[in-house]
Design a protein around this ligand. Structure first.
Ligand code: OAD
Length: 247
């Protein structure tokens, strides 16, 4: 761990007011939520085309829901880690702070963050396939698989983005505006493999922001990073925060 880098970053953060953060599955790894890629990643054990596409849901909604029910069970029993908590606190530290996440686990909200752009949806929300109404749903285990809309009895689906689907354009636009107007952008725990999320830190760098990457492994974003911390998010973020608060 390079303390000089941490001190330099803390000095920079003390003098700026607009911060954007992009998080990926790696920030929840220390809480016990599996990531997607890498040795123990979900996409090493399951085929995305069987479980996370509109075609898969059409073919076998019960199978897709069994998988989401299992993931909801994993997530229900874990807690936010120190990395989530620091980011929640930073909403009050910086005059402008926005958290853009690819995660659907809801752990940022559980840690206290309120200003969150959920690019890929939320596993604790369900959407009616007929009326498109979205509701929070924290039931685990689900009493009925596949679950049905209480109002119209049509199938409910997880309110998440599947492969082949477009992101919500309002959320996407906001994420782009914040990325290209911030002074510092963090990329934390993402393999930067999935677009458009992976392009936000690049757009930020091109607009003049300093880029901070936190990831034990290098990624395509490393090339753009002014600060690269090859560390676990739950270990390095509290340290950065400590130095930021040392006057
Ligand atoms: P990935 O699983 O692709 O990448 C997780 C990253 O986290 C890897 O680069 C790891 O090195 C890093 N990592 C692991 N432990 C870490 C730790 N303790 N601290 C910091 N970093 C750590 O996850 P994402 O990049 O989020 O999409 O994947 C993007 C999207 O692909 C997901 O949102 C999901 C998936 O298909 C949808 O579900 C639509």
């Amino acid at each position: 761990m390079d303390i000089k880098e941490i001190i330099a970053l803390a000095g920079l953060l003390r003098n700026i007011s607009r911060v954007a953060v992009l998080t990926g599955a790696g920030i929840s790894a220390e809480s016990g939520v599996p990531t997607f890629r890498g040795k123990d990643g979900l996409w090493n054990q399951f085929r995305a085309e069987d479980l996370a596409t509109p075609e898969a849901f059409e073919r076998d909604p019960a199978l897709v829901w069994q998988w989401y029910n299992w993931r909801r069970g994993l997530i229900a029993k874990v807690e936010p880690n120190p990395a989530h908590k620091v980011l929640a606190q930073w909403e009050r530290t910086f005059p402008s702070f926005v958290l853009i996440t690819q995660n659907v686990d809801g752990l940022h909200k559980k840690a206290g963050s309120t200003n969150i752009l959920e690019l890929h949806g939320n596993i604790w929300k369900v959407r009616c396939t007929k009326e498109s109404t979205v509701e929070e749903n924290y039931l685990f285990p689900l009493p009925e698989i596949p679950p049905r809309c209480p109002a119209c009895k049509a199938l409910l689906r997880p309110h998440v983005i599947w492969f082949g689907e477009s992101l919500d354009s309002a959320i996407l636009n906001k994420a782009f505006v914040f990325s290209t107007s911030c002074e510092v952008m963090f990329a934390i725990g993402t393999s930067a493999f999935i677009q458009p999320a992976a392009s936000f830190p690049i757009a930020a760098a091109e607009a003049g922001a300093k880029i901070v990457e936190i990831n034990p492994d290098p990624t395509p974003l490393t090339y753009y990073a002014d600060f690269s911390f090859r560390e676990k998010a739950g270990e390095i973020l509290p340290l950065i925060d400590d130095y930021l608060n040392k006057k």
